[in-house]
Design a binder for this molecule. Structure first.
Ligand code: GLU
Length: 447
């Protein structure tokens, strides 16, 4: 029984019944922090939980743009400025037809605790639009980004709110968004992160999330006296996070045998390594919506239509595609196939039922808000680079990132042990992330 948490969860359910993804993360986080709430009645008196589950500000705007046929198109843009107790709102922009407030609120809520775990001065936020970037021309992408920024620019700033990329938003989109921000404000400043290297971007930012995932996983194995050498890994997705994760896992001696898209997966038992790593980047840049061309180019690989990679036997699984890609059924397959570790590269890729099942069967889980925090951590380093009017060297960025990932793992493991939960990184990450934000909120009064 979670008497305190259940009460708050119930209230959020009644208020936002049509935002299931948001409810999912609120339930997951609040259930984990129940022991903290029990130990700190002053948090309850100060309304810390009620304030955390409500964004400080929600901005919604129309984005009108003209397509290549000269037709006017209209999308809806959003920015959820969730919590600024630890620093300026920080979090990505997602462009996808699936975007609606429930998705962005789940991402923004997760971001608060993820950013807190990095130990850096960044609050939590998220934004985006219900715009589908697939099969759009470069000109259409540019015009959409320009229209989006025209509506958003007055709400953001390097010390106020600093967006970055997420699904559908990479260096190209950030470049166009930055160009319009600069034109409208006449300010060349670190208002966005994940910028192109020519435009104040940070060396190492593109691979940061994936490298961080691999380093976090290494720490999980180390805790059990194991290492990655010779381990077989099943990974999903074929975008930026997947690419960075595979690159670092190969360096650490593991073998990755899958990549995937929404409609199927590629099985490459010889390992996704060497020039195949760079091919992933080409595939993505060429605008393909599928990773099938990988199997056409490399005959040792095959494309398995209409199935998920979780049916492939392995000790380690790393979901890097999107939310809720691992269901209870998938979790059953994974356990039956020998799964021992799950490390989340995507945000909330595992349903709460699947997490419970995996944990009951002894699987060690590295939760997304800890394991994929390397991306946003490097975004904060990029903010520092921009405000210092300088450029950092890639090797210095990697060194800082590796330290940050080791520290996040330690914080989560210690918080779990402190509350008598053993080595439970899911609960530990929620608790450690929550404690830092709650303390800052207490220090700042009721605002
Ligand atoms: N979208 C990324 C995330 O989920 C990065 C956010 C950022 O760099 O601000 O953490």
């Amino acid at each position: 029984m979670n008497k305190i948490a259940d009460n708050y969860i119930q209230r959020v359910k009644e208020k936002y019944p049509h935002q299931p993804e948001f409810l999912q993360t609120v339930s997951e986080v609040l259930t984990s922090v129940e022991p903290v709430l029990e130990a700190h009645p002053e948090y309850l008196e100060a309304g810390v939980v009620e304030r955390l589950v409500e964004p400080e500000r929600a901005i919604s705007f129309r984005v009108p743009w003209v397509d290549d046929q000269g037709r006017v198109q209209v999308n809806t843009g959003y920015r959820f400025e969730f919590n600024s107790a630890l620093g300026p709102y920080k979090g990505g922009l997602r462009f996808s037809p699936t975007v609606y407030p429930g998705i962005l609120k789940f991402l923004g809520f997760e971001q608060i605790f993820k950013n807190s775990l990095t130990g850096l001065p960044i609050g939590g936020g998220k934004g985006g639009a219900d715009f589908d970037p697939s099969e759009k021309s470069d000109g259409e992408i540019m015009r959409f980004c320009q229209a989006f920024m025209q509506a958003l620019y007055s709400h953001i700033g390097p010390n106020t709110d600093v967006p970055a990329g997420d699904l559908g938003v990479g260096g190209r989109e950030i470049g166009y968004l930055f160009g319009m921000y600069k034109k409208l404000t006449r300010r060349y400043e670190g208002v966005l992160t994940g910028k192109p290297l020519t435009t104040g971007g940070l060396q190492g930012r593109s691979e940061a999330t994936g490298y961080g995932v691999a380093w976090f996983l290494r720490e999980m194995l180390k805790h059990n006296g194991e290492d990655l050498k010779g381990k077989t890994v099943v990974v999903s997705g074929y975008g930026n996070v997947t690419w960075g994760t595979i690159k670092k896992l190969n360096e650490l001696g593991a073998k990755v045998i899958t990549i995937s898209n929404h409609a199927g997966y590629v099985l490459d038992e010889s390992g996704v390594s060497g020039e195949k790593e760079d091919y992933l980047l080409q595939l993505r840049a060429s605008g393909h919506r599928s990773c099938r061309p990988y199997a056409e180019k490399y005959p040792e690989a095959r494309y398995v239509e209409g199935r998920k990679p979780w049916e492939v036997p392995a000790e380690i699984y790393i979901p890097c595609a999107t939310q809720n890609e691992i269901t209870l059924d998938d979790a059953r397959h994974m356990v039956a196939n020998g799964c021992r570790y799950l490390c989340e590269g995507a945000n909330m890729p595992t349903t709460n039922e699947a997490i419970a099942y995996l944990q009951e069967h002894g699987v060690i889980i590295g939760p997304a808000k800890a394991a994929n925090a390397g991306g946003v951590a490097c975004s904060c380093i990029e903010m520092g680079q921009d405000s210092g009017h300088t450029f950092y060297k890639a090797e210095d960025v990697y060194r800082q990132l590796e330290d940050i990932m080791i520290n996040i793992h330690r914080l989560a493991a210690e918080a779990s042990a402190r509350y008598g939960l053993g080595y439970n990184l899911v609960a530990g990450a929620n608790i450690a992330g929550f404690e830092r934000v709650a303390e800052a909120m207490m220090a700042q009064g009721i605002v």
